[in-house]
Each structure stands twice: as structure tokens, then as C-alpha cells.
Design a protein around this ligand. Structure first.
Ligand code: ARG
Length: 461
């Protein structure tokens, strides 16, 4: 087949030179070569086991395929412009190495089931790589949480000071987010782990193939149950892209918080120089480029997800060439996610926290206001009235430039007699946090309980 196209039989005229390039996907799909060759080896061995081809033919093909793999891996493989895609490139080179017997490899197979199988193998591997990196990141959050169980910090809603929390609680919020991401990836893995090979072009094959055996060789848990669906299905790729988008969204929220908390206005945290750059004009600047870029990259993931959904929308069954466009977005999402997960873990591990500043900030902004209201509620004041009373108390303090601790008994009584009975002034950020003993709350007790559970979970990873 050297120099001639595999499908040239029914054609009388040459391909337009631009079409050749337009049609080609080799530059993108060559990274599937390992899965492609692994899939071909399993397929051809099965053909021999089933007596569809001779043992010696299978042996020659397997040997040739291994040689092709070696050449690609060490960079000696000469890719040709005319090798439409990785499947054709491998077969072309196989023919050069072992001769015409290479033509038997494609018995009972089509590029349609071949590419779907290769792609699933790739996505399965990528999924496990990514879940490993997410676990790694979760461990960093866990370690930081243990380090900062005693660090008190403001928390925010609307980016306005809300209630004092233990900083461990903030780190562990991200642990939970990423835990969901792992479970989402692993769930989609189950649906990716189904082998399409043996569906051939779309109808199945006339040959007595053994799909279960091939699946076991390739590490698939199941074989697809409808050949038409199997070659048309890219749901697994969409799901993978959604999982990537969701994880990137979480990383982007984290990145945004780092940009805010490390800003000189907040100065609550500091990123080591290794994750920042300077300005070409303003000598005083230290810019948080890494978190900013992580935040910025998230747009791509969402774009990739939408591009694949749009690609599939309205496509008739079964294979259509449109589907060749499925790989580029997925490969990019995979690469980018690996890079931002790795950087996030390194950056978070090296994050420096200004404990004193956080502790001081926790005392400002009337963040114990809810606790004051709750104490009134415990004296059977309805919560709505308590809210109103404490609201007036805050305004009173603000007008005078004082805080809760500066209030005299007389002032408190004057606002509401019950206020004098509840120890407004002895509420500290720490006592406020430690009052939150509800499951999942920010008290030392609740956090420690969660950390214990986490340690058990981590042993099962
Ligand atoms: N390069 C193609 C793709 O990625 C392989 C499948 C080609 N199948 C076909 N019927 N032309 O989609």
C-alpha cells in the first residue's frame, strides 16, 4: 500500500492537494499510537486464535507492530504527509517492514471501531492520571489544614467579612470539592471502560471473532452491546471534558482566592517568588501570574466541552468525519489539567500564611454578630428580633468607632436589657468558631472529627 491510499480502489481521480491536508488528523492523533498498536496486537492475536488468519501471519504482524512502536517511541519513525491518520501511518509502515501480509491486520475491523477503541484507552489512562494528581492536591489541603487548625481567619460572603473560622476549615473546603471531582472522574471511567472493537464499520462482522478475549487483553471490563451505537458514541469524551471543566472551575476559584488573599490590600497570605513574576516597568511589583493563569485557562476547558457537544449535536448515526475533531479539544484539556493540577499542588504546599494578621482581622468587622444574636435567641428572643437588635448594636459601635469589646454595661442595657446578660464582650473569634459544633462546622471539634474520617478515607486511595 506504500504511496497508494488504503481506500483508493473505487477512485479514478487523485485527491485535491488541499483536501489531503484538510482531511488529515495525523498531527493530532499520533499521540494515540501506543493504544493503537496495543489494540492491533490484541486484535491480530485473536484473529489467529480464532483461525481467521494463520499463526505465522499473526506472529509476523505482531513483530512488525512492535518494531513500528519502537520506531515511533525513539523518534525514528518517518511520518509522511500522505499518512492520513495514525492508523494509516502505522499500517503503511507495517507494510514496509513485513510486506503484504500486513494487509491481514485489518480483517474484521474498521477504522471506526479502531479509533473509538484507541480513544477510550487514552481517556481511561488520562482519567487515572488526573485522579492521581487530584489526590495529590487533596493531600496538600489536608496537610495545610492540620498545620492551620489553630489559625483563626475571617470568612466571607459577598467578599464582605462574615464569621470567624479556623483556617483549616478553608483548606478542607477545597479537599471536599476535589473529592467530588475524583468521584466524578471515576464514575465516568466506568462508562469509558467499554470496548467498541469488533463493531467493525457499524454492523458487526462476518468473522467468528472473540471480543471478550480482546477486551480482557486490553483491560476493558465489558464489550459494547450495539455496534451502531459503539462507533457513533463519544459520550465518554464529553463526560471527560465536563469533569475537566468542573475541576478547572474549582482550581480557578482557588486561584482567585489566592489572588485576593495575597494582594497587598489583604496581605493574609504570600506566594513564594517561584510562583510570581515581576513587572517590566514597575520595580515594586510581585504579580501572582500562576494563579491568574490558572484562572484564565479555565475558559479553554469550557470551550472544549461546548465544542464537542456542538460537534455531536444533530450527527446522524453512525461514524461521521466530523468526529475526527473530537481529539484535539480533549488532548488539550488533558494536558492543561495535568499542568494546572501539578502547579496548584506545588503552589499550595508552599503557601505562606500570615497568622497574626488573619487573627487580627478576625477580631474586626463585627464577625461575632451572629453569635450575639444566637445568645439572645437562647434567652428566647425570636431570631428576627435578635437580628434587629444586634443590627442596631453594630450601627451604634460603628457610629462611635468602637467594637463589641468596648461596650459598657450601661450602653448595652440602653440598647436592650437582655444584651447586658449575654457577655457580648467576651466573644472571641475562637469562641465563635468553637461554638460551631454542628457536623461540618468550623469548631475544633467538628474539624478534628472530619480529619479523622479523612484519614480513614485516605488509606483507601
Ligand atoms: N482519523 C479518523 C478519526 O479520527 C479515523 C476514523 C476514520 N474513519 C472513516 N470512516 N473515515 O475519526
Amino acid at each position: 500500500m506504500t504511496g497508494k491510499k488504503a481506500w483508493s480502489g473505487r477512485f479514478t481521480e487523485p485527491t485535491h492537494p488541499l483536501v489531503e491536508r484538510f482531511n488529515a488528523s495525523l498531527s493530532v492523533d499520533k499521540r494515540l499510537y501506543r493504544s493503537d498498536i496495543k489494540g492491533s496486537i490484541a486484535h491480530v492475536k485473536m484473529l489467529a486464535r480464532q483461525k481467521i488468519i494463520l499463526n505465522k501471519e499473526s506472529t509476523a504482524i505482531v513483530r512488525g507492530l512492535k518494531e513500528v512502536e519502537r520506531e515511533i517511541t525513539c523518534g525514528a519513525f518517518g511520518f509522511h504527509d500522505r499518512d492520513e491518520d495514525i492508523h494509516m501511518a502505522v499500517e503503511r509502515r507495517l507494510t514496509e517492514i513485513i510486506g503484504a501480509v500486513a494487509g491481514k491486520l485489518h480483517t474484521a475491523r474498521s477504522r471506526n471501531d479502531q479509533v473509538a477503541t484507541d480513544f477510550r484507552m487514552y481517556v481511561k489512562e488520562a482519567t487515572l492520571e488526573i485522579t492521581g494528581l487530584i489526590r495529590n492536591l487533596q493531600q496538600v489541603f489536608y496537610k495545610q489544614a492540620k498545620k492551620h487548625i489553630d489559625t483563626l481567619s475571617p470568612s466571607y460572603t459577598h467578599l464582605q467579612p462574615a464569621q470567624p473560622i479556623r483556617l483549616a476549615h478553608w483548606f478542607l473546603a477545597y479537599y471536599e470539592m476535589f473529592d467530588r471531582d475524583v468521584s466524578r472522574f471515576l464514575d465516568s471511567y466506568k462508562r469509558t471502560d467499554v470496548m467498541p472493537l469488533g463493531s467493525a464499520a457499524l454492523a458487526g462482522t462476518n468473522f467468528p471473532i472473540d471480543r471478550e478475549w480482546v477486551a480482557s487483553q486490553l483491560g476493558f471490563s465489558a464489550v459494547s452491546r450495539n455496534s451502531l451505537d459503539a462507533v457513533a458514541d463519544r459520550d465518554f469524551a464529553v463526560e471527560f471534558l465536563f469533569c475537566c471543566s468542573m475541576t478547572a472551575t474549582h482550581l480557578s476559584r482557588l486561584a482567585e482566592e489566592l489572588v485576593i488573599f495575597t494582594s497587598s490590600e489583604f496581605s493574609a497570605m504570600e506566594l513564594p517568588d517561584a510562583f510570581c513574576t515581576g513587572s517590566s516597568i514597575m520595580p515594586q511589583k510581585k504579580n501572582p501570574d500562576v494563579p491568574e493563569l490558572i484562572r484564565g485557562k479555565t475558559g479553554r476547558f469550557n470551550g472544549h466541552l461546548i465544542s464537542l457537544l456542538t460537534l455531536l449535536k444533530g450527527l446522524p448515526l453512525a461514524y461521521n468525519k466530523d468526529m475526527q475533531e473530537d481529539k484535539e479539544p480533549l488532548f488539550d484539556a488533558h494536558d492543561q489539567l495535568v499542568s494546572i493540577l501539578t502547579l496548584s499542588a506545588d503552589m499550595l504546599g508552599a503557601l505562606r500564611v500570615d497568622k497574626e494578621r488573619l487573627a487580627k482581622r478576625s477580631e474586626q468587622g463585627f464577625m461575632t454578630a451572629v453569635d450575639v444574636a444566637d445568645r439572645l435567641v437562647m434567652l428566647s428572643v425570636p431570631f428576627r428580633s435578635a437580628h434587629e437588635i444586634v443590627g442596631r448594636l453594630v450601627r451604634h459601635c460603628e457610629d462611635r468607632g468602637i467594637t463589641f469589646t468596648d461596650l459598657t454595661d450601661a450602653e448595652l442595657k440602653g440598647m436592650d436589657p437582655k444584651l447586658a446578660r449575654i457577655g457580648v464582650g467576651d466573644l472571641t473569634p475562637e469562641s465563635s468558631a468553637d461554638g460551631k459544633k454542628s457536623v461540618g462546622g468550623t469548631s475544633r471539634q467538628s474539624i478534628s472529627a472530619r480529619i479523622k474520617e479523612m484519614e480513614k478515607e485516605m488509606k483507601k486511595w
